[in-house]
Design a protein around this ligand. Structure first.
Ligand SMILES: C[S@@+](CC[C@H](N)C(=O)[O-])C[C@H]1O[C@@H](n2cnc3c(N)ncnc32)[C@H](O)[C@@H]1O
Length: 614
């Protein structure tokens, strides 16, 4: 090998070490990240560092689990990297040649593919901003009366948001009591888990208090439906620049009655929910259709905006729909919440809990005009970052278990497959897909799901099919970076056998540090902090099996060492034993100490989080 070539190899190795040996920060901020909420998405800037290191300008990247299209955004970012992206690459010492890359993305979900397509191929940002502002102004002029409310001084103000409350019955005196009155206190803010009857002072755990339901005629289906009874608990408004809050007054009820006789717009979806893993008998009581996730006020306003967006031609129409949907499930529905934070005088407003379809006993109704106005700024900035870039991003709304690309046509793969049973994407996306009028076909969805009758074995098989396709289309020396996250050894093992059976072997391991954990990562029992990253190379299936054997042997040695002194259980000692094992069997030592230490570290973290979650 010439000196020049070997120098080049050394630079590449150093660059890869820099990328995989530090926990790489993946921030959760910036317009591209903030434009659309999609579960478990990764920052495009972080992915761009991987693409830039593993590929050259003009190369093509593949992601078979594209979600909201972040890998496509990352490929486009390589063309004209922001100052921050350049600085990060320099800080890490990455060997990078900036320039346009192309991407081919497969995503099963209708919503994910729609989001990815709109973001990677946005319309002219000023034209979009203008259309959105006109739409907002027209709707506000017609419908802002629905958010009018008297302030505590009797002046007309505007609702910022309303906290609703479930109604409960006191088992002692039979009084109808709102959950808010029974469990919430302010200054300092607290949501208690015990019910205290304001009438007779009877106390019991909240779970034991009966939730009152009412039967009413559903204005969309025309059928009778029994649902949880709710009342306004507290209303937050503004008059001019002054913010205020107060308890409900009779005028609030009058306004609701006026809204209730408004005709429902054509756009309101009359769609039954195909409930799956996320259905809960308690808080989903009586929620059978998409419109049950909305208050009548927000359903009417959202649908009128949707109708107006439909009057535009593509691509502006899709960009306007993107803007509306970016706010829809997380903020426009009654999944929006308030939480009590330590040291706060009042409850703090937040969005829907990600990754579930949870409706709290204190659902919140937000002012859609205020929220959409804020969102418009973020989305216009995101469109401006991407608009006019030359790289080509193709998004196929299809299963990656069968990819229509020739063998060895892709330079690099970056992907994060669904994490076992963590998130049923199609079920979560349904609320947004109902507005688009198209739904994800779930047969090929690669998840572990009781409702879909998919075991870990089914998950492993589907994942093997998808990774086999990824390997087939990857060039001989091409690499795949796979981000994964699971607290379950069974799911990790399914992943490991999927990539080994597909003919991939692990060349390096690292960690992607999403600086703020997503809700599920922080709260799921046994959750792992940071997403492990694997750099996979194309091995022959036999080689991959061999690599799999290495880990099995290492596991065995670790197990044996548990019966010995602590000094025998250190990573260093275990590595020595592993080396001894291979030499004793007349085999070559298959992995470096560093790789073993990283694997050992991952095992230890898995154990610690298991104990923590036990
Ligand atoms: C972890 S998410 C990817 C998130 C993505 N990286 C992002 O930034 O938005 C996994 C995605 O795989 C998709 N998926 C599940 N099964 C699939 C299949 N057979 N083919 C293609 N996509 C699939 C899910 O719909 C989900 O969007």
């Amino acid at each position: 090998m010439s000196t020049q070539k070997s120098c080049q190899r050394a630079v590449e190795r150093k660059s890869l070490s820099a990328l995989y040996s530090h926990a790489l920060p993946a921030s959760r901020s910036g317009p591209l990240y903030g434009a659309f909420p999609y579960p478990t998405k990764i920052s495009p800037e972080a992915i761009a560092l991987f693409i830039a290191t593993h590929t050259k300008p003009g190369d093509t990247v593949f992601d078979g689990f594209a979600g909201s299209g972040t890998t496509g955004l990352a490929a486009l970012l390589c063309e004209r990297p922001t100052k921050e992206l350049r600085a990060e690459a320099e800080k890490l010492g990455l060997n990078v040649e900036w320039g346009a890359r192309n991407a081919v993305l497969y995503e099963l979900g209708v919503l994910g593919a729609f989001v990815g397509r709109t973001l990677t191929n946005p319309p002219d940002p000023p034209a979009f901003q203008n259309a959105a502002e006109m739409l907002l102004a027209a709707c506000e002029e017609e419908d802002n009366w629905m958010y009018e409310a008297r302030d505590p001084e009797g002046n007309t103000g505007t609702i910022r948001y309303v906290i609703w409350s479930d109604l409960l019955r006191c088992s002692s005196c039979g009084a109808k009591v709102s959950l808010y009155d029974a469990c919430v206190s302010r200054e300092p803010a607290l949501i208690g888990s015990r019910f205290t009857c304001p009438e007779c002072k009877h106390e019991c755990p909240l779970d034991e208090a009966e939730r009152i339901t009412t039967r009413k005629r559903d204005p969309v289906t025309g059928k009778s439906v029994r649902q949880r009874a709710r009342v306004i608990a507290r209303l937050y408004g503004k008059t001019g620049r002054k913010a205020w809050s107060r308890a409900a007054v009779p005028g609030d009820e009058k306004l609701l009655n006026r809204i209730a006789v408004q005709p429902l717009p054509d756009a309101v979806p009359d769609v039954e929910i195909p409930w799956g893993d996320l259905y809960r008998r308690g808080y989903h009581q009586g929620i059978t259709h998409v419109h049950h996730f909305y208050t009548r006020r927000n359903l009417t306003i959202f649908a009128r905006m949707w109708d107006k967006a439909n009057a535009y031609d593509a691509p502006l129409r899709d960009a306007l729909r993107f803007w509306l949907l970016s706010y829809n499930a997380s903020h426009a529905t009654i999944m929006t919440r308030v939480v009590a934070k330590r040291g706060q005088k009042d409850l703090v407003l937040t969005s829907a809990q990600p990754g579930v379809l949870y409706i709290s006993g204190l659902p919140v109704e937000k002012n859609l005009f205020d929220g959409l106005r804020r969102k418009l700024k973020t989305i216009t900035s995101a469109f401006s970052v991407i608009h006019g870039r030359k790289g080509k991003v193709e998004i196929h709304q299809k299963s990656s278990c069968a990819v229509a690309l020739p063998d060895e046509s892709i330079d690099y793969v970056f992907t994060d497959p669904p994490f076992g049973a963590n998130i049923p994407y199609a079920e979560i996306s349904f609320l947004n897909e109902a507005w688009l009028g198209r739904y994800t076909e779930r047969d090929d969805e690669i998840i572990v799901s009781g409702a879909q009758n998919k075991s870990v074995a089914t998950y492993r098989q589907l994942l093997t099919d998808a990774l086999t396709e990824a390997r087939r289309i990857l060039k001989t020396n091409g690499k795949a970076t796979l981000v994964f996250h699971s607290a379950s050894a069974e799911v990790w093992n399914a992943l490991q056998s999927a990539y080994s059976n597909a003919g991939f072997g692990v060349e390096r391991a690292g960690v992607l540090d999403k600086t703020q954990g997503s809700f599920k990562q922080v709260t799921t029992a046994g959750a792992v902090r940071g997403d492990p990253l694997l750099l996979l190379g194309k091995h022959s299936v036999a080689e991959s099996e061999h690599t799999a054997c290495v880990w099995a042997i290492a596991q065995g040695l670790m197990q044996e060492a548990l019966a010995l002194e602590p000094s025998e259980q250190t990573a260093q000692r275990l590595y020595s034993r592993l080396v001894g094992h291979f030499l004793a069997h007349g085999r070559q030592v298959p992995l470096d100490a560093d790789d073993f230490y990283r694997w050992h570290d991952m095992q230890q973290r898995g154990k610690v989080s298991k104990v923590a979650g036990a």
